[in-house]
Write a protein that binds this ligand. Sequence first.
Ligand code: KG4
Ligand code: ZN
Length: 349
Amino acid sequence: MRILGIETSCDETSAAVVEETGDAATPWAIRSNVVASQVTIHREWGGVVPELASRQHIRDICGVVERALESSGVAWGDLGGISVTQGPGLVGSLLVGVAFAKAAAAAMRLPIVAVHHLVGHIESLTLENGELPLPAIVLVVSGGHTSLFLVAQPGQYQLLSRTRDDAAGEAYDKVAKLLGLGYPGGPIVDRLARAGDDRAVPLPTTRLTHADRNHPELKGDLDFSFSGLKTAVSHYVRQKGKLEERDIGDICASFQRIVVKALVEQTFDAARRYRARSVGVAGGVSANSRLREELKIRGDARELPTFVPSLQLSTDNAAMIAAAGLRVFRAGPASSLDFNADASLGLPA
Ligand code: KG4
Ligand code: ZN
């Protein structure tokens, strides 16, 4: 089966063609994966402007889908289905992908499945590495999410914990903004941190022990919190006054050390607790160089295979949505056409 994936949850318009290989160990192969990034539009505003994002998705969606089909060498008639991100994300952005996918499915008489965006990120790991040794602990860490999942069986995703406030990528972007570094901040902070002293700036670590009142089913001690850290950076910057280049490097390195430590420690704590046979980290922040290094070191020390996506699949893309869609198609019936975009979509039961 070949499937067209469509992703428009935030500020990337993406379409991809992914096919089944017939090999259970590495079930899917990418035929094409086209991403139109809106970063130059939002950079001017220092963050994603939802209204501008949805308008740009409308401009880009047809061309992006055409290019994805063309470069895959797959015609509409060769497709077995369409898979689209239903949520979570920006509702105006999601609507463009959902409306396009439904219209295409109706016109071409193709079955359609609605996919959870974070499930797409989780499946980006299988797409490149084949089925992970299960149970696996997977951290999805991006501009909108910092969530830990237990994957006990293929296609089953149990949320173990999440951030109580800012996502890690959001904290990177906010710290970059208050240092005047530009958008998106993650890659810039990552680069400047290399020249800094990661112990130069005293910053707090957060360890949560009590249950989250909004999510009583989550225990709480594996939760994340990054807003206190961001505030501490902001206080430090205000106190310091004029910042030299060296100060900026030191702040970036110190901030990054704390964020990466929290991400790696909670992930491996969960892995130990759930006797995981592998660990995965996906989402935009998985591109971070220090996070990648420390995951490798910790994975080697624990003799746990540790997976991160290639840089191309770590940020938002439709190949991961197509892969997640193929899993749904194999497991059961397609969605009916009456589903809608859902900005705060929960996980599939
Ligand atoms: O997954 P993604 O493309 O979009 C969301 O679903 O949010 O992630 C984007 C986020 C941004 O916050 C960006 O700053 C962050 O990922 N990011 C990084 C790096 N590259 C991207 N954060 C830290 N280090 C990086 N190298
Ligand atoms: Zn994402």
